[in-house]
Design a protein around this ligand. Structure first.
Ligand SMILES: [Zn+2]
Length: 540
């Protein structure tokens, strides 16, 4: 029964894209007890107002269901704001100038850490070296992570502290990059830990600051939900405490890193679903299975086009994942695995398939486990249909394509580019795609992701040979990638992902109509309002 005196909020005079196929467009809706009660015309919804009902008059503005970032790293987003932010450095000189500036007001001997550089935009497009850093930072150990998080450059002082020299063996799943037999300062994937473990850990207060800074940024961008792609037990404790203290308003889906002790504890204690009034769910284990394309760590079926001796590497041993996967199925835990290269994608599908066969539906806590592959960037055409067949969801970040396609032709060669960032091939095979940003690897802005998905051009409008514009998606598909499909990928399609009666009143108000304006205008669009459970949590 819908009665005006029960309505907490009415939203009227909007241009509302509901993502509900039965009623795709509307002008207005009414909210009761944090959920949508009615969707229709402004005239009908006005009748549902009582004296106590709040009113949001949109004045024609565009509304979409609450946007979800299906893959981000919330502490990293906050830390990017707090540390040396190297995003957008256009040359080695620019990069070194930023380091030098930081050195000038850092005590001698103290570590300098930062993130965000990408050498592919520099001329020449070469990795920085320890010698470069030594020139500007002779007395401070320096540890600077590439934007993708899969490589870092350190200086000689850091190598010395980490006791890395020409005789240090490569760790499993990592590489100490060398020039003429001597470490050159670049540490790839698991080799980063050799130096990272010597960097003083941030205090708990600093970690909390990073979490809250990160969330504040997300809400201001229009994100109503984040799906955090991995956390350890300290992170989990901080997140839960911040929720208990009422400091977090965003909806938060959390994954726990595995394999290892944290994942084992999580398997034993079981999932947390809809805690803190439907704001926090933790039901997923996150595995990292290979490196990234930029640093040639992505595991490929054939060698890199620009490094014939390299074909990347797996960062976990497949046989060690098998028992974990089977246990996860029995206990109703979702698995999401980072797999970028075509070899990593093939092997992870094999492992998922084997686990599904070993633990048939009647032995699972959840029959349809909705396991995910994070990134699924380079997928052999033979493996594309296996996703839909196995019910595995590719979780993809459109901005990766428009960043990587500048160097992907060199890494992969023209032939394999047909298999890279294959959004439309996935959709045609019967998959859904959970859309995300992978921030802080990318900027993490919903309008950049939406634009990248539909335009498949750089933010300056560039395209090039091998960019495969036919893999771009329609605006309707892109909207689903950031609303309904992430909801499904988190088992939440009954509560989230569209504006329809019964669902939580999560929505994002935008400054422009992203379903109609020319492509470049999308990048100028901003969140005007972010509303979660009927509560305005951000307003410009
Ligand atoms: Zn990630």
């Amino acid at each position: 029964m819908i009665r005006a005196q029960d309505m907490d909020l009415v939203v009227v005079n909007g241009n509302i894209y509901t993502v509900n196929e039965k009623q795709p467009h509307a002008e207005a809706f009414a909210v009761r007890d944090q959920r949508i009660a009615f969707v229709g015309s402004t005239a009908d919804v006005q009748k549902l107002r009582s004296a106590n009902t709040r009113v949001i008059d949109l004045g024609g503005k565009t509304v979409v269901p609450g946007l979800t970032d299906s893959h981000c790293h919330i502490f990293g987003i906050g830390e990017r704001e707090m540390r040396l932010n190297l995003e957008g450095t256009n040359s080695l000189q620019d990069f070194l100038a930023k380091v030098k500036e930081r050195v000038s007001h850092t005590e001698k001997g103290k570590w300098i850490t930062g993130r965000g550089w990408i050498e592919t935009f520099w001329k020449p497009a070469e990795f920085p070296s320890r010698q470069d850093l030594d020139k500007v930072a002779p007395d401070n150990p320096v540890f600077l992570t590439r934007a993708d998080g899969h490589a870092s450059v350190v200086n000689s002082a850091a190598l010395k502290i980490a006791k890395i020299d020409k005789n240090t063996p490569n760790p499993f799943g990592g590489q100490i990059s060398k020039t003429n037999g001597e470490p050159n300062g670049m540490l790839l994937d698991n080799a980063q830990d050799l130096a990272a473990k010597h960097v003083p850990k941030p205090t708990e207060a600093e970690r909390e600051q990073a979490l809250l800074l990160g969330i504040n940024r997300e809400i201001g961008l229009g994100w109503c939900e984040i799906q955090n792609a991995g956390s350890d037990k300290e992170d989990i404790k901080l997140i839960k405490t911040a929720f208990a203290d009422g400091k977090i308003k965003i909806r938060f889906i959390n994954a726990v890193y595995g394999p290892g002790e944290d994942a084992q504890n999580f398997l034993a204690s079981g999932p947390t679903i809809d805690a803190f009034n439907h704001h926090f769910t933790q039901r997923t284990i996150k595995i990292i299975f290979d490196g990234a394309l930029g640093s040639r760590g992505a595991a490929l079926l054939k060698p890199y086009n620009d490094a014939p001796d390299a074909s990347g590497f797996l960062t976990e041993r497949p046989e060690e994942l098998r028992p974990l996967f089977e246990e996860a199925l029995r206990r109703g835990i979702q698995v999401e695995t980072h797999a970028i290269g075509d070899r990593a994608n093939r092997i992870i599908l094999d492992l998922y398939d084997q686990a599904f066969k070993a633990v048939p539906p009647e032995e699972r806590k959840i029959r349809d486990p909705r396991w995910r592959v994070e990134h699924a960037q380079i997928v052999n055409p033979a493996d594309i249909p296996r996703f839909a067949k196995l019910g595995v969801i590719p979780s993809m970040q459109p901005s990766h394509a428009i960043s990587d396609l500048f160097f992907a032709p060199a890494r992969l060669g023209m032939d394999r580019l047909a298999d890279a960032y294959p959004w439309q091939s996935f959709l045609k095979s019967g998959c859904i795609i959970a859309g995300g940003s992978d921030a802080p690897v990318e900027r993490g802005e919903p309008m950049i992701e939406f634009y990248a998905a539909i335009a498949r051009k750089s933010i300056k409008g560039e395209s090039g040979e091998g960019w495969h514009p036919e893999q771009a998606v329609s605006r309707e598909q892109a909207l689903k990638m950031f609303t309904l499909w992430p909801a499904y990928a988190a088992f939440e399609e009954k509560d989230k992902g569209s504006i329809e009666p019964g669902k939580l009143a999560d929505f994002t108000v935008l400054s422009q109509d992203i379903m109609r304006i020319p492509d470049p205008e999308i990048l100028k669009t901003r969140a005007a309002m972010t509303v979660i459970g009927g509560e305005v949590v951000f307003q410009r």
